[in-house]
Design a protein around this ligand. Structure first.
Ligand code: CP
Ligand code: NVA
Length: 308
């Protein structure tokens, strides 16, 4: 029998496909886990399958530990050690996994694969990063901001760097959590136009420019990410990205333009001396280790929500 209760599973595919109240509930639950206020094990007898088509440290370990802390079990699948690597379709894999496990997390390249998994699975599917978005990271980032600076609604966040998968999820988050987002990126590396126009239609407080100083001035939080995301490593292309993104490096001089008590965030892995200087990421405004820790708490909230 396929697992699941016969109803449409509660997938966690992107921040724009989950309602605001549900997202807020997940954050609040994540904060309870973080503070040790909820030690229940609601997922005893449940199994999470994780599929990684790209490398991972944080996502992999935080989901595994999180599932175990909630009482569940984990099965880890790489592309090369499953039949996916030999051409078995995502749809068939989804149908088969739905006979064994209660929930699936997938990190993949094209978002079509994520959606195919969700279409054919009878159990919830979680997006563990695609080329386009990284919603689990954003839940941890919102938690981290609120841990340090209180409610994020009405605050201003500055993104300086590549308009990549993280930037896209920040745009989704700006709409869903109602904060101001100022993105500074090269004109060649803008976030996807459809996401920007969706956000604008939702009334987002979103500003996109090519001026890092302007974006960061007075911001409550400064964020950046690697210049070369997984899949962008082709040598010529990577060098071009370095040249285009150098003016967006977060260094002390740039961070000084932000609000006096601004925090610095980065989803990691970081490349000191490239997108961020060591003095910033290892400095006193940086909250990157709390941010990494919050992956665990936020994802426990996501797992509990998907399987509620
Ligand atoms: N931030 C993040 O997703 O890290 P990993 O690639 O190590 O999972
Ligand atoms: N933009 C980065 C995020 C890594 C967590 C990448 O996709 O490689």
């Amino acid at each position: 029998m396929p697992k699941g209760n016969g109803a449409t599973p509660r997938h966690f595919l992107d921040l724009d496909t989950v309602g605001k109240a549900d997202l807020r509930g997940i954050i609040e639950q994540g904060q309870r886990y973080r503070l040790g206020k909820d030690e229940a094990r609601p997922l005893v007898g449940k199994t999470l399958a994780m599929i990684f088509e790209k490398p991972s440290t944080r996502t992999r370990v935080s989901f595994e530990v999180g599932m175990k802390e909630l009482g569940g079990e984990v099965v880890m699948l790489g592309t090369n050690d499953t039949q996916l690597g030999r051409g078995e379709s995502i749809a068939d894999t989804a149908r088969v996994l739905s006979r064994y496990v209660d929930i699936i997390m997938i990190r993949t390249t094209a978002e079509d694969k994520l959606h195919e998994m969700a279409r054919y699975a009878t159990v919830p599917v979680i997006n563990g990063l695609t080329d386009r978005t990284h919603p689990c990271q954003l839940m941890a980032d919102v938690m981290t901001f609120e841990q340090h600076r209180g409610p994020i609604a009405g605050k201003s966040i500055a993104w300086s760097g590549d308009g990549n998968n993280m930037a896209t999820s920040w745009i989704h988050a700006a709409v869903q959590f109602d904060f101001e987002l100022r993105i500074a990126c090269p004109k060649e590396l803008m976030p996807p136009a459809d996401v920007v126009s969706w956000a604008q239609k939702q009334g987002a407080k979103l500003r996109i420019s090519h001026d890092a100083e302007q974006a960061v001035t007075g911001a409550d939080c400064v964020v950046t990410d690697t210049w070369v995301s997984m899949g962008d490593e082709e040598p010529g292309k990577a060098k071009m990205r370095h040249n285009m993104l150098a003016p967006y490096r977060v260094d002390e001089r740039l961070l000084q333009r932000a609000a006096k008590d601004a925090i610095f965030m980065h989803c990691l892995p970081a490349h000191r001396g490239e997108e961020v200087t060591a003095s910033v990421i290892d400095g006193k405004q940086s909250v990157v280790w709390d941010e990494a820790e919050n992956r665990l708490h936020a994802q426990k909230g996501i797992l509990a929500w998907c399987l509620a």
